[in-house]
Design a protein around this ligand. Structure first.
Ligand code: SF4
Length: 304
């Protein structure tokens, strides 16, 4: 058991370092508290193997400051809503300490939006924070779409089809979402689609509070990177998780909320619409409100 855990940790670390290398990160930075204890430590990453060996000699708990999930949504070094041309810093010194320049360590490495997403995707791929979900998943389901999209859709969690294919909203509910997008005059590749959880809950059960808390740093950082102008929550679970509320969906529809500068609208989950088609009319009202706020034309019924 211990051996298996060790192997998984090593594999996770290797994947993470490979991802950082691909993103152009040449050095890993120690958090300031370790620097104070061990003096300024500059770790050149010549090869992934060398880095893995180095890491093996040090305790596994002291993860690098680069992209540390435990840092929460705001400690990942990613600025709050920058313009589309801006880059995303990975490898910034841990919050609360001296700057990298003061400590004599490397400065944050700027990443483009796709590269920052890719680095986060790799981090998610080796996440073991939910033991049951990580053990039962086929793969993690990160997100799909245009990294520069003005509009993102935020769902609940992968289902069986998504778990198999590694892409959100590809089953029956996904096909309905595609039809909703088409009715709005949008294509799937013009928006971005992500979920609260990146792993499938067994039997498609509703995600538990602990699982949502575990995955929160991932989706919050994903949204910080994407900076969508508009965010459409699909279903109560997604809306309540994002807005940190227990209000029912009926009380959340019909108005915009703010989340990190994104305008958030709540509507029904397509899976619910498959079971309750009478709610499609209300969903269309929500979509019209969204299109209107985006300044987009609202297609006539015959065009939809
Ligand atoms: S659901 Fe999220 S936090 Fe839990 S194991 Fe999967 S990626 Fe990690």
């Amino acid at each position: 058991m211990e051996q298996e855990l060790w192997s998984r940790s090593c594999r996770a670390l290797r994947q993470r370092l490979e991802s950082l290398q691909r993103a152009g990160v040449g050095q890993c930075v120690r958090p300031p508290e370790r620097l104070a204890a061990k003096q300024a430590l500059r770790v050149p990453v010549e090869t992934v193997a060398e880095a893995a060996l180095l890491e093996k000699r040090q305790d596994a708990a002291s993860t690098h400051a680069v992209g540390d999930v435990s840092g929460g949504s705001s400690a990942g070094g990613l600025g709050k809503r920058q313009d589309a041309a801006s880059t995303h810093a990975v490898g910034s010194p841990a919050a609360g300490g001296s700057t990298g320049r003061e400590a004599g360590v490397s400065q944050p490495v700027p990443l483009s939006r796709p590269a920052a997403l890719d680095a986060l995707r790799q981090e998610v791929a080796c996440c073991l924070r939910c033991p049951a979900l990580s053990a039962s998943r086929t793969q993690t389901v990160f997100g799909v779409g245009d990294p520069q999209a003005r509009l993102a859709f935020f769902g609940e969690a992968p289902g069986a089809d998504e778990d198999r294919l590694g892409e959100p909203f590809v089953g029956a509910a996904g096909k309905l979402l595609d039809r909703i997008l088409a009715a709005c005059g949008l294509r799937r590749d013009e928006v971005y689609i992500l979920n609260v959880l990146k792993c499938r809950p067994p039997d498609n059960r509703t995600p538990g509070p602990e699982e949502i808390a575990n995955c929160r740093p991932f989706f919050e950082r994903q949204l910080q990177i994407l900076q969508p102008e508009f965010l459409c929550c699909l279903g109560a679970t997604a809306a309540q998780a994002l807005l940190r509320t227990t209000q029912p969906l009926g009380r959340l529809r019909g108005r915009f909320f703010d989340h990190q500068g994104s305008q958030v609208l709540v509507t029904y989950h397509p899976a619910y619409l498959l079971r309750s088609p009478d709610k499609k009319r209300e969903t269309w009202e929500d979509m019209k409100m969204l299109l209107s706020a985006m300044g987009r034309p609202i297609p006539e019924p015959r065009q939809r």
